[in-house]
Write a protein that binds this ligand. Structure first.
Ligand SMILES: NC(=O)c1ccc[n+]([C@@H]2O[C@H](COP(=O)([O-])OP(=O)(O)OC[C@H]3O[C@@H](n4cnc5c(N)ncnc54)[C@H](OP(=O)(O)O)[C@@H]3O)[C@@H](O)[C@H]2O)c1
Length: 261
């Protein structure tokens, strides 16, 4: 799989999929790793997902890049979340401040953890375009090395400012919701409609959507979530060149709009 600044370009999300079923999590994580994925995104907001991810990585921790989050109104609660993460993962490669909650307060103590080597990179995330102004403010402080935001053919607000800003500041970009929380897959274009994408290694509609995002080279990694191991390996196959050109990206955008109607 192609690698960019955060490693292989297709990772795995865990929201709504790893709800405490350790066996299923182990199955999906095992397939994702075997398919070349390395980055696993989680959060204290996702129920038992962090814990399930920790158990799924048992014995394979060194193969993974853990991207988790602090989601807490107070520093005390944030530190307690980090203590749990150290129990499950020993260290956290990418620690993100979830939805910018108390981000200035958390950045202070997280920088200390990074200096002590328990964290490699700090990041910020938000899912809502109404918060993108504050996301930009956080990015401009120079305190963060990654940003996580939604990006798919029907959610393109990050193109207005954030992608250019991330590129200018050298901040790595993690894409949440690359499949629109699965809504973009409720109906699929026909084989005939996908035909022009075959020479780009696209076999399925999910791969077309993941390649659409990754074909913008300002994107470092997409993190589709799945509870289906077959989907995990299918998604990983989208992480290889050749990337889509302007015409093919426009085709995917047209198909996404048509499927939505
Ligand atoms: N949504 C948010 O607001 C948000 C916020 C912050 C962070 N994140 C992070 O970003 C990750 C990804 O976003 P997301 O989980 O919201 O949505 P997503 O990855 O865009 O979509 C996930 C859905 O797509 C389906 N899917 C995945 N691969 C498929 C395939 N090859 N074929 C058919 N269906 C497929 C999954 O169902 P199956 O289980 O059936 O495969 C699942 O329902 C999250 O898990 C989380 O780590 C999300």
């Amino acid at each position: 799989m192609e690698e960019r600044r955060l490693g292989p370009v297709v990772g795995l999300g865990t929201w709504n999929t790893f709800g405490g079923d350790d066996e299923l999590a182990a199955d999906v994580v095992g397939t994702a790793l075997a398919s070349g994925a390395r980055l696993f995104d989680s959060s204290p907001m996702y129920g038992r997902a962090e814990r399930s991810l920790g158990s799924a990585l048992d014995g394979r921790r060194e193969e993974a890049i853990v991207a988790s989050k602090i989601w807490a109104p107070t520093v005390e609660q944030g530190r307690a979340q980090f203590r749990d993460q150290l129990k499950w993962y020993e260290r956290v490669e990418i620690e993100q401040i979830h939805n910018l909650v108390s981000w200035r307060n958390h950045a202070d103590w997280l920088e200390g953890e990074r200096a002590d080597g328990r964290i490699d990179r700090l990041g910020v995330t938000h899912y809502a375009p109404s918060a993108f102004g504050e996301l930009a403010t956080a990015m401009r402080t120079g305190r963060f090395e990654s940003v996580q935001l939604p990006y798919n053919p029907l959610e393109r607000e990050c193109e207005r400012e954030l992608l250019a800003l991330a590129a200018e500041l050298g901040i790595a970009v993690i894409v949440m919701r690359p499949l629109g929380e699965g809504e973009l897959l409720l109906r699929s274009p026909s084989d005939r409609e996908l035909e022009p994408l075959r020479e780009f290694g696209v076999e399925t509609w999910a791969q077309a959507l993941l390649k659409w995002a990754l074909s913008d080279e300002r994107i470092d990694v997409v993190i589709p979530a799945t509870r289906n191991p077959l989907h995990a390996s299918e998604n990983a196959l989208a992480g290889e060149a050749p990337w889509l050109g302007e015409d093919e990206r426009r085709l995917v955008e047209r198909l996404a709009r048509a499927e939505r109607r």
